[in-house]
Design a binder for this molecule. Structure first.
Ligand code: SF4
Length: 220
């Protein structure tokens, strides 16, 4: 079954390609996925694949252009279709043998809102052992999704230990009031995030990253 058609592929092979995908079932659903390099690293050293985790996003962050619509979660199969589309384009080159392939689940979508992301990552861990994927989850830490994060930790410990998983909290400001304004969903406090970080990290894990989307009006 084909879930998406490629509407457009734009970019430059030295930096990145963005794929705009349109649902074959619902003409109003558009998502994106991206493959990029990290110059000066050659593809044999590092390659980054970024997948949408939802159809749009319900979080409504004011600085994000993925928040203009929301049409539900992507299924596990729809997540794999994005990944396979990019892998297929490189079946005859060295990219899939890269030493480090970051598999980024982020915009569009808040990955922790989608349980299918967990099933997807488990299957990647079980079935793609010949590819050195380093999953990377960027999240705004929504309240009420604690179980999702506990299950994510199990997946990290079972399949992606020894520094092969990156968790990123998108804080975007160090001011709690401003954080409420720019990311208007219930979220963990900074203290909750810190406690979870202590619980998450095991010896040799990759350290947790804190993301900040910079802009002229950013408050720190
Ligand atoms: S959670 Fe992420 S994708 Fe969703 S609106 Fe906020 S920044 Fe955009």
């Amino acid at each position: 079954m084909v879930y998406f058609d490629v509407v457009e592929k734009k970019g430059n092979r030295d930096v990145a390609f963005v794929y705009l995908l349109k649902s074959t079932k619902d003409k109003d659903v558009l998502i994106e996925c991206v493959e990029s390099l990290d110059p000066p690293f050659p593809p044999s050293e590092k390659w980054v694949i970024t997948l949408s985790s939802q159809k749009g996003c319900p979080a409504g962050c004011v600085f994000c252009d993925a928040s203009y619509y929301f049409k539900g979660n992507l299924s596990k199969e729809e997540l794999f279709e994005q990944l396979n589309l990019i892998l297929e384009n490189h079946k005859n080159d060295e990219y899939p043998k890269s030493k480090k392939i970051k598999l980024h689940l982020a915009r569009m979508g808040e990955p922790s809102f989608n349980d299918n992301v967990l099933a997807f990552l488990s299957e990647v861990g079980k079935n793609f052992q010949e590819i050195n994927f380093i999953p990377s989850i960027a999240t705004i830490a929504p309240r009420g999704r604690e179980d999702w994060f506990y299950k994510l930790k199990e997946i990290k410990d079972n399949f992606f230990s020894q520094g092969r998983f990156q968790l990123q909290f998108s804080l975007n400001t160090t001011d709690e009031n401003e954080r409420e304004k720019i990311m208007p969903v219930k979220k963990w406090s900074f203290s909750d995030i810190s406690k979870f970080g202590d619980f998450w990290l095991k010896e040799n894990d990759r350290l947790i990253t804190l993301n900040f989307a910079l802009g002229k009006k950013a408050v720190f």
